[in-house]
Each structure stands twice: as structure tokens, then as C-alpha cells.
Design a protein. Structure first.
Length: 212
């Protein structure tokens, strides 16, 4: 009998789901996994080895040997790795392998918080709590822009906005595991919310589910 309490958080790029996931995990002492990093790690490994990004057989081998303990957000956040990840993420067999990796992670006790694009719909359809975090493309682009500028980088708001719209279209229209809210997910639009307000709102939803 698995006693893990699972919180599944989905949403488009730069919606704030990652920040909420990390804070909820910290609040409850749960394990946290950004599922997007698993795809980025596969892309990164292929790039590092000088292997082609269009070979599903090679990508599957990398995915099967993925070590979740070595996922480094700092390294994996680069634009180049993001592009590589988007190429392997559309491969059905790679997704099958990584979904199983993510499901195994979800069994960790006392609980887990996993964020991504298909956690509540595909990876953990029986999660105790499902949240779907969203915000307008313009607000999400502005958040990403400020994040880059605040960290000392250079950014172009219009380019970021265009990229977010492209990613939304790709994520929502793909054949395998398209981005969409689970039927029983709690919808949380953070367009007009501060990070703290969004966190407190999400926390209230989780507390309500825990007390049922």
C-alpha cells in the first residue's frame, strides 16, 4: 500500500507552476520533480555526446538510464537544451519511458509535487490534488523577461512572447499527451496574482483536499 500524497501541477510555460511546486514541496516536506527537466536531461545528454537529436532509438536509451538525482536546473535551463528537449519530447517511446520514471518518483513517501504539462492527465491521473496554473501570454512573457534581466542576462520581450505563443501551440496540439487541464483539476489563473497570493490560493486548495 503506497502512502504517498501526490500533488500534480500542470500549465503552460512561465505560468508560475514551477515556483508554486517548489514552495508547496518545501511547505510539506515533499519530494519535488520538474518533469520538464527529464526531457531536457535527455536532450542535454544527446548534445553532450554529439549524437543526433532525431534518433528515437538513441533518445530512448538515454531516457532509460536517466538519473533523477543528477538533474541540474541551472545547466538544463539553457535555450539550446530547451530546443533539444522539444525535439525529443514529441517521440512517443521517449515519453512512455519518462512517464514511467515520473510515476515511480510519484510513489516516494511522504509525498511528491510534480509539475509539467501532462501530470494530472497522464502521469498521475489519480493524484490527490491536481492544479492547472495559467496566465495570459503577455504576463508570462513579462515574467520570463524580468527573470532573465534580474539574473543579469539580456532579453527581448517580443521574442519571448512569440516563443511562448509557439510553445503553447505546440504543447496544446501535439498528438501525445497534449497540454490541457484534467477534468478534476483546480484552475488557477495567476494573471492578476502576486507569487504570494498564488501560493496561498494553491495552499488553501491542497489543505481542503487533505482534510477531506
Amino acid at each position: 500500500m503506497n502512502n504517498s500524497f501526490t500533488i500534480a501541477i500542470d500549465g503552460p510555460a512561465a505560468s508560475g507552476k514551477g515556483t508554486l511546486a517548489r514552495r508547496l514541496a518545501e511547505k510539506y516536506g515533499f519530494h519535488h520533480l520538474d518533469s520538464g527537466l527529464t526531457y531536457r536531461a535527455v536532450g542535454h545528454a544527446l548534445l553532450d555526446a554529439g549524437l543526433p537529436l532525431d534518433s528515437e532509438d538513441l533518445a530512448v536509451i538515454v531516457a532509460e538510464n536517466l538519473d533523477l538525482g543528477k538533474l541540474d536546473r541551472t545547466i538544463l535551463s539553457s535555450h539550446e537544451i530547451g530546443n533539444a528537449a522539444s525535439k525529443v519530447a514529441v517521440m512517443s517511446r521517449v515519453r512512455e519511458v519518462l512517464v514511467e520514471v515520473q510515476r515511480e518518483f510519484a510513489r516516494k513517501e511522504p509525498g511528491t509535487v510534480i509539475d509539467g504539462r501532462d501530470i494530472g492527465t497522464v502521469v498521475c491521473p489519480d493524484a490527490n490534488v491536481k492544479l492547472y496554473i495559467t496566465a495570459s501570454p503577455e504576463v508570462r512573457a513579462n515574467r520570463r523577461y524580468k527573470e532573465i534581466i534580474d539574473s543579469g542576462g539580456e532579453a527581448d520581450y517580443e521574442a519571448i512572447l512569440a516563443d511562448i505563443k509557439i510553445r503553447d501551440e505546440r504543447d496544446m496540439s501535439r498528438k501525445d499527451s497534449p497540454l490541457k487541464p484534467a477534468e478534476d483539476a483546480h484552475l488557477l489563473d495567476t494573471t492578476e496574482m502576486s507569487i504570494e497570493t498564488a501560493f496561498q490560493t494553491a495552499l488553501a486548495i491542497v489543505e481542503e483536499e487533505q482534510n477531506r
